[in-house]
Design a binder for this molecule. Structure first.
Ligand code: TIU
Length: 234
C-alpha cells in the first residue's frame, strides 16, 4: 500500500512497512514546567502543544504496525561521552551533569532525562540514547533502519531547529526521505520554528517534506493513494 500525503513542497509517498515514526527528545527536562528548559527561561508551552497531536500520531503508527523509534538526548553519568565544548557552552551556572530540578541534567537514568509519560515507549520500541543533537551521530540508528527495511521517516519531537533539524539533515544525507509534522515539532523560539520548517521544504524539498498530523492521519486512515496535491506552509 502506498499512501500519498499532501505536503510542502509536493506530495510525500510512503509505504507504512518501509516508514518509521521517529520521536525526538520528548523528555521531561525539555518539556515539563520547572525542568531544565523552563529553568533557562523558556516558555515550555511552545513545546507541550505538540503532545496531544503526537499522541494521536503515535497511536495510529502503532495500529498501522509502523516502526516507532524514540530518542533521548543525554549522557553517561560520568559524562565521558559529553564533549567538553558542550559542557562549557553557555557558561551556565546549572548545566549538563549538574543537579537540576528533575535530577542531574541530561544524564541517563535521571528523571528529567526520561520521556514524558504521555508518550512513554511501548515494549519493543527502540529507545535511542544520543549524545548529540542529531539522532544518527554516535548511535546505531542507521543500522537499525537499514535492518528494518526503512527508507522514509516521519519526524516529530523537539526542538524544531535543533535536534529535529539536525536529524533531518543527517537522514537526508544518508538517503532517507523525511516528512516533518509541523504540529508535532516545537521550538522555544516561534520564529525559528516557522523558518526551520520553511528551510526543510524550500528548494524543492532540500531536506525533506512538511505537512501536519491531521493531513497525514487522514491519508493513513483512508489507506489509499488519492490524487497527489501540494500544500503551502503557513
Ligand atoms: N533536543 C534538542 O533539541 N536539544 C536541545 O538542546 N534543544 C534546544 O533547543 N536547546
Amino acid at each position: 500500500m502506498t499512501v500519498s500525503v499532501p505536503a510542502a513542497p509536493y506530495a510525500f509517498e510512503l509505504e507504512p512497512e518501509a516508514t518509521a515514526l521517529v520521536i525526538i527528545d520528548m523528555q521531561r527536562d525539555f518539556l515539563e514546567p520547572g525542568g531544565f528548559g523552563s529553568m533557562l527561561g523558556n516558555d515550555v508551552s511552545l513545546l507541550t502543544r505538540t503532545i496531544a497531536p503526537l499522541q494521536t500520531v503515535l497511536a495510529t503508527a502503532r495500529a498501522t504496525g509502523m516502526l516507532v523509534i524514540h530518542t533521548r538526548e543525554g549522557h553517561r553519568p560520568d559524562l565521558a561521552d559529553a564533549p567538553p565544548a558542550k559542557l562549557s557552552r553557555g557558561h551556565l551556572s546549572c548545566g549538563i551533569g549538574d543537579p537540576g530540578p528533575f535530577g542531574r541534567i541530561l544524564v541517563r537514568g535521571e528523571h528529567g532525562h526520561g520521556i514524558i509519560d504521555e508518550l512513554a515507549p511501548a515494549d519493543g520500541e527502540p529507545v535511542l540514547d544520543k549524545p548529540g543533537k542529531g539522532a544518527f551521530y554516535a548511535t546505531d540508528l542507521e543500522l537499525l533502519l537499514h535492518n528494518a527495511g526503512i527508507q522514509k521517516l516521519i519526524v516529530t519531537g523537539v526542538t524544531t531547529e535543533v535536534c529535529v533539524h539536525t536529524t533531518v539533515r543527517e537522514a537526508n544525507d544518508r538517503g532517507f526521505e523525511c516528512l516533518v509534522l509541523s504540529d508535532c515539532v516545537g521550538s522555544y523560539f516561534p520564529e525559528f520554528h516557522e523558518v526551520g520548517l520553511k528551510m526543510i521544504a524550500a528548494q524543492g524539498g532540500i531536506f525533506g517534506w512538511v505537512t501536519d498530523s491531521p493531513t497525514l492521519l487522514e491519508q493513513l486512515e483512508a489507506g489509499a493513494a488519492p490524487v497527489a496535491s501540494t500544500t503551502t506552509l503557513s
